[in-house]
Design a protein around this ligand. Structure first.
Ligand SMILES: C[S@@+](CC[C@H](N)C(=O)[O-])C[C@H]1O[C@@H](n2cnc3c(N)ncnc32)[C@H](O)[C@@H]1O
Length: 252
């Protein structure tokens, strides 16, 4: 370790982390929740790994990836280690961008780049072979706009992971009982107005969480040609096993 890396490691050890991180010498970084929510992260990492092994085979050094709402960069780091030539990690909160920069120094990941940004304001071209949008959609008041952004940013594939709400189906009177439309999906309204200070929360406080069926329909509607719910390991995190959260792969 260089002196700079050693200093970064000392700073990382002095505080708590949302994700299960280990220093290159094997020392674990302190957890902000005593490891209580690690299973959700490790299950998602395993699901992403399994999907990458299928969809991004061979040399990835010419591939670019983007992790939108990267938080402390757990999945950005996974992609950087998986051999993507360039990984951009973006989050609306500067504190998270600073944390990813610290880990980038510790892990010496030169292919990892960071910036602060709001998903709805991102203007990158469709230059990212892979776009991740994990844990974000249900913290937004404009999830459809975010899905349109995701489509605009994606060259090949986008993987979205979200909390979902129970689905409603049926016919809806659309002006008259003689003119009806099928319900394609639904959103649940969740209040985070008093939690916008929380590191994982919405920045506006108004959250719209989709149903799985609605999310799949919307992904097609914004221009993806294929969207599928990814399989969950039998011993994976309960919410994913029970379909209360889903990971969906959408292809351009
Ligand atoms: C529940 S955390 C999920 C973090 C990580 N992607 C994961 O799945 O573990 C939500 C993240 O979204 C970020 N976020 C919230 N609103 C955002 C926005 N409008 N644009 C970009 N990031 C946002 C938060 O700062 C936070 O890091």
């Amino acid at each position: 370790m260089t002196a700079t890396t050693q200093d970064a490691a000392t700073r990382a050890l002095a505080r708590a982390w949302f994700y299960p991180y280990t220093l290159p010498d094997g020392r674990p970084l302190p957890s902000s929740h005593g490891g209580r929510v690690d299973a959700i992260h490790t299950t998602r990492a395993r699901m992403l790994d399994a999907w990458l092994a299928r969809e991004f085979t061979g040399d990835r050094s010419k591939r670019r990836a983007l992790d939108v709402a990267c938080h402390q960069g757990f999945f950005s780091i996974q992609l950087a280690r998986a051999g993507f030539g360039r990984v951009d990690a973006v989050d609306v909160r500067q504190e998270h961008v600073d944390d990813v920069n610290l880990l980038r120094e510790i892990y010496a990941l030169e292919n990892l780049h960071t910036r602060r940004g709001d998903v709805l304001a991102m203007t990158d071209a469709a230059e990212h072979d892979l776009v991740l949008m994990f844990g974000l959609l249900y913290h937004l008041e404009n999830p459809v706009g975010a899905l349109r952004r995701a489509r605009a940013l994606t060259r090949r594939a986008c993987v979205i992971e979200s909390q979902v709400v129970p689905h409603l189906s049926g016919m809806v009177d659309w002006g008259s009982y003689e003119y009806v439309r099928p319900l394609k999906g639904c959103f649940g309204i969740i209040d985070e107005i008093d939690e916008t200070h929380a590191p994982e929360a919405s920045v506006t406080g108004i959250c719209l969480a989709p149903s799985t069926e609605g999310l799949l329909w919307l992904l097609h509607a914004v221009g993806f040609r294929h969207a599928e719910v990814l399989p969950v390991p039998d011993d994976g995190y309960e919410q994913l096993r029970h379909g209360k959260r889903v990971m969906v792969a959408a292809l351009v």
